[in-house]
Design a protein around this ligand. Sequence first.
Ligand code: CA
Length: 416
Amino acid sequence: MSIQISGLRPLQMSIRGNIHYHRGMKIAAAFLLFLLLSSSALSQEHSFGDWVAQLRVEAASLGISAATLEALDDLEEPLPRVLELDSSQPEFVQTFTRYLGLRVTDRQVERGQQLLRQHRALLEEVRQRHGVQPQYLVAFWAIETNFGSNTGGFSVLQALATLAYDPRRAEFFRSQMLTALQIIDDGHISAQNMSGSWAGAMGQLQFMPSVFSLHAVDGDGDGKIDIWNSLPDVFNSAANFLSKSGWKGDERWGREVLLPSDFNFALAGTNSRKSLQQWRDIGLLQTSGAPIPVADMQASVVIPAGAQGPAFLAYDNFRVTRVYNPPIFYALTVGHLADRFAGGPPIQHMPENEQAMSIAQVKELQELLNALDFDSGEPDGRVGSRTRSAIRAYQEQQDLPMDSYASISLLEALRR
Ligand code: CA
């Protein structure tokens, strides 16, 4: 995965459940020991070699062949680089301006348009089969791996073993590891060629093994699912995943809109849904100034950069995009990039000179809110729902637009 952290994708997680075992019973035989201890309890209490040996027993009991399990002989000690990437903390809060700016450039738009033309026949065939429009597939492809050019250089087995041996999310990654072995055992790819991100996301559209096992399909009919090298397999798999998650091939993702000057920001956010007619009645306009088109659809207003930034009306396909990867910025960027590939304009109302807040500044903001009795919880430098509620209550008291948005100007107001 190019930039975002697939290891933290909650909705791609926990698809293949691990069996839970009871702790604490003393048994001599290794096989019974494995049956009676929870898999996560085994992490770190044993050497990595012992852990691999127990994983091998479990994989064999699931029917994975001895030939496939030979790949476990090549595992090295946990990779420090993977653990470092997994626990890295940002210094600044990500802004929509920066997030979008890194992913949507003129060059990237041109490249996407060129690839859309180049693969038109295949992408149309995929649209016929799964009902996902070509420009969206190419947008996911762009953001996930820069059109397949950056699929991550890690051995998936080595990365998953590292994260599964680490106690923090051992169970999830152990389950992914077993599924990865099953994929190899099914003959789709060799262990040596199963490459991916540091978090184990694989191929040109960065599927976790559990997502591969549920949704990847053989697009070119050669009997193997090769999401590393076969574009028919890559596009059909992604489209199948989106389609099964509820994608609607005759709808857009959403659109940029203009909010009325008296807009009540309490209506914004993905938990608040209204019909297009209701939004039109509230006074939302297209960026051209025309009324928003009305169809029998529900939508939410999303404001990724506060009241000063752009506003979007997000439809059902926006919600499906978040099944692929949950962050709001991600889903907005996929949708916008798809629009650009189809010839649409840049976002009209990006904030100018939006400054990123440092984690320290967010902590200060939280402390100042707390001191004024707007409860933002323990200051932790993260803008969560409690902090947003506290900001909103403060904005209400100060008669400011209640966009719940943490910004430097808000911090400066609080300092005064
Ligand atoms: Ca194939």
